[in-house]
Design a protein around this ligand. Structure first.
Ligand SMILES: Cc1cc2nc3c(=O)[nH]c(=O)nc-3n(C[C@H](O)[C@H](O)[C@H](O)COP(=O)(O)OP(=O)(O)OC[C@H]3O[C@@H](n4cnc5c(N)ncnc54)[C@H](O)[C@@H]3O)c2cc1C
Length: 416
């Protein structure tokens, strides 16, 4: 102590976007910061975001941002007000990374390189004099209801405050393998059950014959069979895999399927969303008239990608070698129905390790939203995906990491 002021020592677990932003804010607010990252380098997951392009935020206002948060948006009110999407943009542009805005207000570096975002953040952390320790933290040390430090595999460190920014449990090879939940469990902090979000979907029907086929400009609709309502319907791009479906539309759809159980959801693919039923029927009649003496299987080349024709024929119930002129009106209408809504029963999500985001996590009831501090332990803060908050695609998940990281870093350096 010197004259009542002592620099607070802050330990941050996790060198992802939340931990790095927390480090910067903690230093800016006067703390001495040590950042623990078990990988040999910072921002491993950040480096693979947005298919290597990093959709770093969304160019929207706070209200719109909160609308795109699925779990516990109100919890993020203070953090987004403190560090908004516009602050993210200014932050990176200020670090010399020019940004551009694409469809859906998604913000990317002009270079299309996630590594530019990682390097800017990492260099900023280092320029601020943050001490980076490349070790795995194995536990958080407490005395009564106050944190006093942490242990790595080899050493024990004393801190006035600790920020747990360990990420979720998806893509575990990036380092985010659920340690934060373990720490919380050991401290008796409640965790909301974790499950995958923004994840590929498995189907009951074997669609492996279509594997690798990418469909553009189709509409994917998801119906919740229990509630009898459509929970998702969007136009875009998707892909068939050996297990079912993936691609941007499918990942987005998955975050609207929160009560996943076998048989609960059915996907409908509209191959021709620009045409209504009768317009498409006319188009099929016209195609048939040009191929009147051909086999059914040879008459669909102008209507569908060739790879999926055998599957669609099988689903139509019409014999592939039936002559087009033998097809009845009822059969044709049923075929048009299939084109307007190929139904696939969803049996489940792909495993958490394949999910873009982990839903669930440290219960928001355990954290004070105005400073990200644990309600049970003084000096313990949480930031990023480890918390039970998650959002749709569009740059919102990284924004959650930046906003909660900034708020936690600031308050951890001020103290309670
Ligand atoms: C393929 C993919 C693409 C994505 N694309 C986007 C996108 O374009 N836009 C978007 O908004 N979101 C995207 N996301 C989601 C986004 O990457 C995450 O929400 C975000 O990285 C979460 O940040 P975080 O700092 O909370 O956690 P993480 O980025 O997961 O970082 C946590 C860090 O903590 C470290 N750590 C964990 N445990 C310990 C320990 N015990 N000791 C020391 N270190 C530890 C980990 O090694 C890791 O580096 C994508 C995710 C994936 C998987």
């Amino acid at each position: 102590m010197d004259g009542g002021y002592s620099q607070r020592r802050v330990g941050i677990i996790g060198g992802g976007p939340a931990g790095m932003m927390a480090s910067i804010y903690a230093v800016q607010n006067g703390a001495e910061v040590t950042l623990f990252e078990k990988n040999p380098y910072l921002g491993k997951k950040l480096g693979i975001t947005g298919k290597g392009r990093c959709n770093v935020t969304n160019d929207c206002d706070n209200a719109e941002f909160l609308k795109n948060v699925i779990a516990n948006p109100k919890f993020l009110y203070a953090s987004i007000n403190n560090f908004s999407t516009q602050d993210t943009k200014s932050f990176f542009e200020g670090l010399g990374v020019p940004l551009k805005t694409e469809r859906g207000r998604r913000v990317f570096p002009v270079s299309d390189k996630a590594s530019d975002i990682v390097n800017a953040l990492k260099n900023c952390v280092l320029d601020y004099g943050v001490r980076v320790v490349n070790q795995r933290v194995i536990s958080i040390v407490t005395e009564g209801t106050r944190v006093t430090g942490l242990r790595t595999e080899t050493e024990e460190y004393k801190f006035d405050a600790i920020i747990c920014a360990t990420g979720g449990a998806s893509y575990p090879m990036t380092g985010s393998d659920g340690d934060g939940y373990k720490f919380a469990r050991e401290l008796g902090i409640e965790i909301s059950p974790i499950f995958p979000s923004l994840v590929p979907l498995e189907t009951k029907e074997d669609v492996s014959c279509n594997m690798g086929l990418s469909l553009k400009n189709v509409t994917l609709k998801i119906v919740d069979n229990k509630k009898g309502k459509t929970v998702f319907s969007e136009l875009g791009e998707m892909l068939f895999t050996h297990f079912g479906l993936t691609g941007p539309l499918v990942l987005s759809a998955s975050s609207h399927m929160r009560e996943m159980e076998r048989g609960r959801y059915t996907a409908y693919i509209d191959f021709k969303p620009a045409l209504d039923f009768s317009e498409l029927d006319k188009r099929v009649i016209s195609d048939f008239s040009k191929n009147i003496n051909k086999d059914f299987c040879n008459s669909l080349g102008n209507l569908l990608p060739s790879k999926i024709i055998p599957y669609m024929i099988e689903r139509s119930g019409i014999r592939p070698d039936a002559k087009v002129n033998e097809i009845t009106k009822v059969q044709r209408k049923a075929f048009v129905d299939t084109l307007k809504g190929l139904s696939l029963e969803i049996t489940g999500f792909r495993p958490l390790r394949e999910a873009i985001v982990t839903a669930g996590g440290i219960s928001v009831k355990e954290i004070n939203p105005s400073d990200m501090q644990s309600k049970k332990y003084k000096g313990l803060y949480f930031a990023g995906e480890v918390i039970d908050v998650d959002a749709y695609t569009g740059g919102y998940n990284l924004q959650i990491a930046f906003s909660t990281g900034a708020l936690a870093g600031m308050h951890a350096s001020w103290g309670e």
